[in-house]
Design a protein around this ligand. Structure first.
Ligand SMILES: [Zn+2]
Length: 172
């Protein structure tokens, strides 16, 4: 696809990358951090509220979409990805820690869903190579963000009371 201005397309989601969908940033200035144990070198630790996390996660999801008989990969950053997932990257990350198959299930839930997306070209100076989705609008009026369905699907798995209720008493 060749264009200079942001391009508006109607497209179908084919899949999302489920292994690498977020990255870690400083919770104050949102600069990228190498890992959650290294604090931001730009922010003074005394500016963080006691007990609050020095880092947070933001989405950066690669999503395959089909539009005008082409399939290609776009990158979705936090604001846009939240439309599809329906919660913060931290919440989704924690959910996938408890339910390891949840990211793959999220991809399946989004598969075949139709959206209107605005796509912009990667910047020439960076190492970005994918088109970037700068806005996403679901085309069906009853679109449900993935996390809502996931919480339904996994509600037995994440309930601690469900697990403890059947321990320690042998067979009924
Ligand atoms: Zn910072």
């Amino acid at each position: 696809m060749e264009f200079d201005q942001p391009l508006s397309v109607f497209c179908t989601v084919m899949a999302m990358n489920t292994t690498d969908f977020c990255y870690l940033v400083c919770s104050r200035c949102e600069k990228t951090l190498p890992n959650e144990y290294i604090s931001c070198k730009y922010c003074d630790p005394k500016f963080f509220n006691p007990g609050s996390s020095i880092s947070k996660r933001l989405y950066r999801i690669l999503v395959s979409i089909a539009a005008s008989e082409e399939v290609f990969v776009v990158v979705m950053f936090d604001r846009v990805a939240r439309v599809l997932i329906g919660c913060s990257a931290d919440d989704f990350f924690n959910f996938t820690m408890v339910n390891p198959s949840a990211a793959v299930t999220a991809s399946k839930l989004l598969e075949g869903k139709m959206f209107q997306m605005k796509l912009s070209k990667p910047k020439m100076n960076g190492n970005a190579q994918h088109l970037r989705a700068i806005s996403v609008t679901p085309l069906c009026s009853d679109f449900t963000p993935a996390i809502k369905t996931l919480k339904e699907l996994y509600k037995d798995a994440i309930s601690p009371s469900h697990q403890s209720s059947c321990s320690g008493h042998g067979n009924p």
